[in-house]
Design a protein around this ligand. Structure first.
Ligand SMILES: *Cc1c(COP(=O)(O)O)cnc(C)c1O
Length: 503
């Protein structure tokens, strides 16, 4: 394919994506295909001779699109959002277009340097302590990882190396193997599955401690667990605190956990994968009070900050530990710029790195901080709106509402809510998933798509209540009819309008 054909193919592909977004609201959010559908539609072998891009694009529409789950449909409310914005899509295109691999500063100076500045911008936007930033005097710094999972794992490996070094300095008779066999990590039973996985990958027992009724890990629980382990001769090493758990978006109290980690010389990593974006709005920063006591902090711009997957922002208070843990020098990697710019390959698992900073830069310049704040506030407002609808229907109970996530259930036995979710799923018009809260089955409703508006929440509620009608018929009473004026203080239409304009 030559550059002229690329122009045509590329423009046609951009048109295809733009058309897709203009029609996404009207597509059923869930696909209708059966497992194995694609194998039957594709030839057994690759084509011997090259084909025309037009045929390929046609097949995308014919056989790929039917198997797509529409994550950016305003009727997608499962999991958490995965970010999407047109500026970020163009950022991805440019990154692929340049096709550089940033394994050192000289391998593409702009790539390292834009990443350094973007991590400073993001840190400032969130109000993180200055010592975490690349631009601070000290050894702190930020890096873009591929995922929150990797950040948690990198934090664990760094904590492990630091602990081994500290203890071997204290006692020359100890061996590395002796220490490593006794290290223990802690998080809560509400933490993401990736936290447990980090323990498995890093060969460190990860204790998932019980949480309180609000889904938070308390200082008391952590201290008890640490005391018990120490009494048994084990060595506490790593704690993962959650700011915005996956089941209910609960926030651990860092002011309680931080001092314990300091006192016990345990590495404190903060997993704010989804909810970290909310700290762009100053009114939510109280939820990260105590963050200055953490050793590493991570959130995913690829979840709620409109930067397409993959893009996970991680800061380390003292990057020296990280570089010491991961530094493997080879002669072909040496260059004369050592020390003047971070060599990010020592901050991550892989050697190669993508040019991810570009899409952050595009999004932040084209939306501005204000555009991101509006997006966050708008989505929180929509979640509150759904919570109000749930509360007004006496058949339902609202179980939690935090950030853009609401959980609710039908009053009574779990089987009723299970049946309800099954019926909603069978209709395939909105996509919701289940959760558990305090031992009860709940339905999770996350505001995910940036296209979601009040009318889409109304649509969801209609889907939910129509399905509920078949399980618990409502007695029509004036109480159950939502009062339009009191529903929602924000004028969501206006907010959406502003975001559109700011693009
Ligand atoms: C989504 C999520 C993760 C996993 O994020 P990845 O970037 O996909 O690894 C981890 N922790 C929390 C709290 C999450 O919400």
């Amino acid at each position: 394919m030559d550059a002229e054909q690329f122009r045509e193919f590329g423009k046609a592909a951009v048109d295809y994506i733009a058309d897709y977004f203009e029609t996404i609201r009207d597509r059923p959010v869930l696909s209708n295909v059966q497992p194995g559908y694609l194998g039957d539609l594709l030839p057994k072998d690759p084509p011997q001779n090259g084909e025309s891009w037009r045929d390929v694009l046609q097949d995308v529409d014919r056989i790929i699109m039917p198997g797509i789950t529409h994550w950016h449909s305003p009727h997608f409310h499962a999991y958490y959002p995965t970010a999407h914005s047109f500026p970020a899509v163009v950022g991805e295109l440019m990154s692929a277009g340049f096709g550089v691999v940033g394994l050192s500063w000289i391998a593409s100076p702009a790539m390292t340097e834009l990443e350094v500045v973007m991590m400073n911008w993001l840190g400032r936007m969130l109000g993180l302590p200055e010592e975490f930033l690349n631009c601070s005097e000290g050894p702190g710094g930020g890096v873009i990882q591929g995922s929150a999972s990797e950040a948690t794992y990198v934090g664990l490996l760094t904590a492990k190396e630091k602990k081994v070094k500290d203890l071997m300095e204290e006692d020359k008779n100890l061996t590395e193997a002796e220490i490593k066999g006794k290290l223990i990590a802690y998080s809560s039973d509400q933490s993401n599955s990736s936290v447990e996985k980090a323990g498995l990958l890093g060969s460190m027992v990860m204790r998932l401690l019980p949480t309180n009724k609000e889904g938070q890990l308390t200082g008391e629980t952590l201290q008890e667990a640490i005391n018990k382990d120490k009494a048994a001769g084990l060595i506490p090493c790593y704690v993962v605190a959650n700011l915005g758990t996956t089941p209910t978006c609960a926030f651990d109290n860092l002011e309680e956990l931080g001092p314990i980690c300091k006192k016990e010389n345990v590495w404190l990593h903060v997993d704010a994968a989804y909810a970290g974006t909310a700290f762009v709005c100053p009114e939510y920063r109280h939820l990260m009070k105590g963050v200055e006591m953490s050793d590493s902090f991570n959130f995913n711009p690829h979840k709620w900050m409109l930067v397409n997957f993959d893009c996970s922002a991680m800061w380390i208070r003292d990057a020296k530990y990280l570089v010491e843990a991961f530094n493997v020098e080879r002669i072909y990697l040496k260059d004369q710029h050592k020390g003047l710019a971070p060599e990010y390959r020592h901050w991550q698992i892989a050697l190669g790195r993508r040019f991810r900073a570009l899409k952050i830069w595009f999004v932040l310049r084209i939306y501005g901080v204000e555009g991101i704040q509006k997006h966050v506030r708008n989505q929180i407002g929509l979640a509150k709106y759904l919570e109000d609808l749930v509360k007004k229907d006496s058949r339902f109970e609202s179980c939690s509402c935090s950030m853009g996530l609401v959980t609710f259930r039908l009053k009574g036995d779990d089987s009723l809510s299970k049946k309800l979710l099954q019926k909603i799923s069978d209709r395939k018009n909105v996509f919701l998933i289940a959760g558990h809260l305090n031992g009860k089955f709940v339905i999770r409703y996350a505001v995910c798509s940036r296209l979601t508006e009040k009318r889409d929440v109304d649509f969801s509620w209609k889907e939910i209540t129509e399905a509920a009608e078949e399980i618990v018929p409502s007695k029509i009473s004036s109480q159950d009819i939502p009062d339009k004026k009191s529903i929602h203080a924000l004028d969501i239409k206006t907010l959406n309008g502003n975001i559109e304009k700011s693009k």
